[in-house]
Design a protein around this ligand. Sequence first.
Ligand SMILES: Cc1cc2nc3c(=O)[nH]c(=O)nc-3n(C[C@H](O)[C@H](O)[C@H](O)COP(=O)(O)OP(=O)(O)OC[C@H]3O[C@@H](n4cnc5c(N)ncnc54)[C@H](O)[C@@H]3O)c2cc1C
Length: 416
Amino acid sequence: MPKSKVFDAIVIGAGAAGLMAALSAAHRGVQVLLLEWNLAGSSNLLVSGGLFAGAGTRWQKEAGIEDDAAAFARDIRAKGGASVYEPLVDAAARRSADAVHFLADVAGLPVHLMKIAAPGHCAPRMHATPAESGRELHALLRAALARMPGIEVVDNAEVLALERQETFSVKTRTKTYKAGAVLLASGGFAANRELLAEFIPEVAGARHIGAGPNDGRAIAWGRALGAAVAQMSGYQGQGHVNPGTGTRLGMSLPTLGAILVDRDGKRFAQGEVNPSALAALVLAQPGGVALEVFDERVHNLALRQGPYREALAAGAVIKGLPWGFEDAFPELGRPLYSSWVTGALAHTQGGLAVNENAQVVRPDGSAIEGLYAAGGSAAGLAGGGGDGYLPGNGFAQSFALGLIAGERIALLRGRA
Ligand SMILES: Cc1cc2nc3c(=O)[nH]c(=O)nc-3n(C[C@H](O)[C@H](O)[C@H](O)COP(=O)(O)OP(=O)(O)OC[C@H]3O[C@@H](n4cnc5c(N)ncnc54)[C@H](O)[C@@H]3O)c2cc1C
């Protein structure tokens, strides 16, 4: 019987972390097999705001903005508090600029810097592609994947099991694939009600606005191979979700000047509000809703961002105010715009414990040889609860760890 091919590396999941890792590894000559459940389906990458943080990038330098990894790491720790996952913070902050440069220079993405500092960041460090949307970022990364030699992509490849003997065996419904290294990049557990009830009961009943399976499977595979988990109570909430359409206004409206009132017109948030913590705050208002009110200036600025444009197109934003609020908000210009919003769960931050090389580790800190994790399948940069999430933590971890995993696999395969 012919022996089955052993790939250098298998990447499970073609989302943010998986695409970056596959590109990073293949760029260094690694033969990669990328297994994706459904290439035509959605993912957190696709529904995201498409904003990625990088500290010390050339776009910042060109704009005269002083920033570096130490400042980014400080911001992550300031938001995450004592419960932040220390093994990753410095590594992710340090490689954040490399990841943005890789996206531009190797993956060929047209990158620009957003001029405003996102809430909790000491400097403007969010980068984006022209449409400032996850949909566009996703399409551009997919196009980069198609251009990169050395990556075999299998669609309709729902991975069902992962085992390890001499090599890793990755089982799909129709085939078992073998590799010397595996990167778990199939997302978190925001759609797994049992895991939510166990680790984050405060959002177990909240609306989930992420996409893709997010069933926590990779975490179970890793644990079965002896891995530890970390940050399981962390999550990103979203306080700007329109309950009727499920679309969201984007994170920066209060920073730009929008005002949040409860359904009786009482103000409860304005200015720099952490969008993740805002989810629980809005859910705690009467009826679990709030009205977000802003003027034409804010509306025009928000139009730059994909999620806001999608909310507008879906009818989530109205020109004017609902009945009963006519004379309020004298400090805002006219005409006014408004939208009902509620709190939701965007994505989880807990996952397999990894070290600064993206290697999955056991409870004693030793690495499980050949096993890597990134994105939602791995522990994130946020502290516990929704308040510990700094905007941009998602891609900062996914892209930095994806980049690092690709480099590491190449190094160990003698391909770097
Ligand atoms: C609404 C929203 C907005 C966000 N906005 C931002 C933002 O602007 N900036 C930011 O930094 N972060 C943002 N994030 C977070 C960011 O999207 C995530 O951190 C990032 O996408 C995680 O990458 P990932 O690869 O783990 O998951 P994903 O991007 O979701 O990709 C996972 C992939 O794995 C596939 N898959 C799952 N299970 C299997 C299986 N068993 N077999 C094969 N394939 C499988 C899925 O189909 C999917 O394609 C946002 C998240 C949400 C939900």
